[in-house]
Design a protein around this ligand. Structure first.
Ligand SMILES: Nc1ncnc2c1ncn2[C@@H]1O[C@H](COP(=O)(O)OP(=O)(O)OP(=O)(O)O)[C@@H](O)[C@H]1O
Ligand SMILES: [Mg+2]
Length: 213
């Protein structure tokens, strides 16, 4: 029977699997950023998550600490816009689950909610601005709905991954209003936002690694 909570070991597995997925998708993320940015998103994320993976080799004391270590490692290794934004995502997630030894769907939803609020506060972007939020906010919305419907955790994670992927695809026609892509104006339309792609991957890996045991 599948477990209905997320454990500390699963959080480590999630972040490490994401680091691997970023490495595997480095070229793709770079290509997306070449189209509407400066072509460094794949390299930025890969550098940051390689540092994270190294820090997490020894595991971690608790869930909040693991997420905090992740956010701090990103902050010290990745510059530009994406690094601090991903750092904020993990630091705000860490804050929301302080003191918890495992996470229910409600805990996970609260954590993603705090993470999304942090990213919005830091980047001053909103839904539809063609950023990572266009994957993050639909994923959060799916989690809130699943949480209200009391769905099993694994189903909720799958729904949030689907919503993030849908949100990522839905950035194609959008005109960017934030970051370097916004300099392109209408020419930013017709491409997936790189940050939305890396965020959709974060939720896909969550669905694959969490609530599995
Ligand atoms: N203000 C913002 N709020 C939320 N996300 C943002 C913001 N600005 C940029 N992003 C996200 O960051 C991604 C780019 O990350 P990258 O690692 O390439 O950093 P960067 O090159 O410094 O950023 P940029 O070229 O957008 O200024 C974008 O695709 C977008 O999803
Ligand atoms: Mg860039």
């Amino acid at each position: 029977m599948s477990q209905n909570v997320i454990t500390k070991d699963e959080i480590v597995a999630w972040v490490l699997a994401y680091a691997q997925a970023i490495s595997d998708n480095r070229v793709l993320l770079t290509e997306l950023d070449v189209a509407i940015g400066d072509g460094d998103h794949g390299a930025n994320m890969d550098r940051g998550f390689k540092a994270v993976a190294q820090k997490l080799q020894s595991g971690g004391t608790d869930i909040s600490q693991i997420l905090k270590t992740t956010g701090m490692a990103l902050l010290s290794t990745v510059g530009g816009a994406g690094g601090p934004l991903y750092s904020t995502l993990f630091l705000q997630a860490a804050q929301a689950c302080a003191g918890k030894s495992e996470l229910s769907l409600q805990d996970w939803t609260g954590m993603i909610d705090n993470a999304a609020r942090g990213v919005m506060a830091r980047g001053k972007a909103a839904a539809g601005d063609k950023t990572m939020l266009d994957a993050l906010l639909p994923a959060l919305q799916a989690l809130i709905e699943a949480s209200h419907a009391n769905l099993p955790l694994a189903d909720a994670l799958l729904k949030s991954a689907e919503a993030a992927e849908h949100g990522k695809q839905a950035t194609i026609p959008l005109i960017a209003h934030k970051g370097r892509a916004s300099y392109l104006g209408e020419r930013s339309a017709g491409h997936i936002d790189p940050g939305a792609a890396s965020t959709a991957l974060l939720f896909l890996i969550a669905a694959k690694t969490l609530a599995q045991s």
